[in-house]
Write a protein that binds this ligand. Structure first.
Ligand code: NDP
Length: 234
C-alpha cells in the first residue's frame, strides 16, 4: 500500500502539509517530531535531526513500521536571524547544523537502502533566500544554498542507481516561521512578490509530491522555485 515516506519536521508547518499530501495519496508516511507527538493519522518518530544517533534510531523505527524509506523529504529547519557583524558563531553553526548537516545525515542514512532497492526519491526543502541572499540571514541563506550543492552531488553519485535528488525553493509561506516576522517586514516582502501573497503550505507540498512521483522520474539535480516569482532569474 503506497510507498514508505519520511518527512523530517513533518509535525507542523510545511512539513505537515507535505506529510498529509503523501498520506492522502495512499502512501505510508512517517514524520519526525521533537516531543510534540505525531499528528493524527501519521506515524511519528521522536528525532532531533542534529543528532546522528536520533536519526539512525528514527530510520530504524520507520523501517520496522513501514519498510525502508523510499521517499525522503528533508524539511526540518530553523532560523536564527541577525546581522553578520553581530552574529555569534553559535548562531551560524547551529543553523547550518539543523538545516544542512542534518540533510547530509538523513540522506546518508536513507541512501544504503535506496541503493539496494535501485530506486529512491530525495527532496530537500531549501529557500528562495539560498539563491537571493537575505540581509540578516547569513547563516540561514548559507545553509539553504548548501542544500543545492548537496542535492546535485547526490544526483551525480546515485543517479545510476535510480535515485533522484531535487531541491524545492519556497518563497514566503504562511507558517509559524514567517508569523515571527514583524508586520512591516512582511509587507515589504509581499511588495516584492509578483503574485502579491504568501504561499500556502499545500502549494509547496504539491511540488514536493510531484518530484517524488513516477512522472518526475527524469528530473534530478533540479532546483524548483515555488516562490510566487520572488526569485525570478536566479
Ligand atoms: P516551522 O518553523 O513552522 O517548522 C519547522 C519544523 O522543523 C518543525 O517541525 C520543527 O520541529 C522542525 N525542526 C526544527 N529543528 C529541528 C531539529 N533540530 N530536529 C528535528 N526537527 C526540527 O517551519 P516551516 O514549516 O515554515 O519550514 C519548513 C521548512 O521550509 C524549513 O526548512 C524552512 O527553512 C523552509 N522554508 C520555509 C519558508 C517559510 O516562509 N515558512 C520559506 C522557505 C523555506 P519542532 O516542532 O520540534 O520544533
Amino acid at each position: 500500500m503506497g510507498r514508505s515516506v519520511l518527512v523530517t519536521g513533518g509535525n507542523r508547518g510545511i512539513g505537515l502539509a507535505i506529510a498529509r499530501s503523501f498520506a492522502q495519496a495512499g502512501d505510508s508516511v512517517a514524520v519526525t517530531h521533537r516531543g510534540s507527538g505525531a499528528p493524527d493519522g501519521l506515524f511519528g518518530v521522536r528525532c532531533d535531526v542534529t543528532s546522528s544517533e536520533d536519526v539512525d534510531a528514527a530510520f530504524t523505527a520507520v523501517e520496522e513500521h513501514q519498510g525502508p524509506v523510499e521517499v525522503l523529504v528533508s524539511n526540518a529547519g530553523i532560523t536564527r536571524d541577525g546581522l553578520l557583524m553581530r552574529m555569534s558563531e553559535d548562531a551560524f553553526t547551529d543553523v547550518v547544523d539543523a538545516n544542512l548537516t542534518a540533510a547530509y545525515r538523513v540522506a546518508k542514512r536513507a541512501s544504503a537502502k535506496m541503493v539496494r532497492a535501485r530506486s529512491g526519491r530525495m527532496v530537500f526543502v531549501s529557500s528562495v533566500v539560498g539563491l537571493l541572499g537575505s540581509a540578516g540571514q547569513v547563516n540561514y541563506a548559507a545553509s539553504k544554498s548548501g542544500l543545492v550543492g548537496l542535492a546535485r552531488s547526490i544526483a551525480r553519485e546515485l543517479g545510476g542507481r535510480g535515485i533522484t535528488a531535487n531541491v524545492v525553493a519556497p518563497g514566503f509561506v504562511a507558517t509559524d516561521m514567517t508569523a515571527e516576522l514583524p508586520e512591516k517586514r512582511q509587507q515589504e516582502i509581499l511588495g516584492q512578490v509578483p503574485l502579491g501573497r504568501l504561499a500556502e503550505a499545500d502549494e509547496i507540498a504539491s511540488v514536493v509530491r510531484f518530484l517524488a512521483s513516477e512522472q518526475a522520474g527524469y528530473i534530478t539535480g533540479a532546483v524548483v522555485p515555488v516562490d510566487g516569482g520572488l526569485g525570478m532569474g536566479h
